[in-house]
Design a binder for this molecule. Structure first.
Ligand code: DQA
Length: 154
């Protein structure tokens, strides 16, 4: 299964960016965690991990993976709360989407409580720091894989 992992704007600064909210791990640390999780998984998972600060570029990346991705795990960051274009791109590709956030967006400012992405996502993981990504990846493998006890454990 091919899973596209997309990190949105400002996430390249993780580690330096408001660590009291987003934690001390860098984006590279998170990507390494994801690669290690996949390496230890019994499933045949291929990850492609990309980051962009630009809405149009994110739209293009999503569209360019229409024939490749079996699922998309996305932290749209600030575009979560503003982007119909990213929502439409994800709907166009029409593969399962898992939305992920490091922080609990519902425990923060009011403007973060609405997500344009959630309505077309299979589910949302929010509030567990870097571990949100592992939970989201686990959920994606569960969605794409055969439903077995082994799958639930992996
Ligand atoms: C975020 C939450 C968003 O509200 C914010 O704009 C981000 C990061 C998170 O991972 O907690 O950039 O998506």
């Amino acid at each position: 299964m091919n899973i596209l992992v997309l990190h949105g704007p400002n996430l390249h600064l993780l580690g330096k960016r408001q660590p009291e909210i987003y934690g001390h791990l860098t984006l590279q640390d998170i990507n390494t965690m994801l690669d290690q999780f996949v390496g230890a998984s019994p499933h045949d998972v291929v990850l492609k991990i990309l980051q962009s600060n630009h809405e149009g570029e994110i739209v293009s990346i999503i569209g360019n993976h229409i024939d490749w991705a079996d699922g998309i795990l996305i932290n749209p960051a600030a575009y979560t709360h503003t982007s119909v274009a990213i929502r439409d791109a994800l709907s166009t590709v029409a593969v399962p989407v898992v939305e992920v956030h490091l922080s609990n967006i519902y425990a923060r400012e009011e403007f973060r409580h609405h997500s344009y992405i959630s309505g077309i996502a299979e589910g949302v993981v929010s509030g567990f720091g870097a571990y949100s990504y592992i939970l989201a990846l686990q959920a994606m493998i569960h969605i794409l894989g055969p439903v077995t006890n082994e799958n639930l454990d992996s």
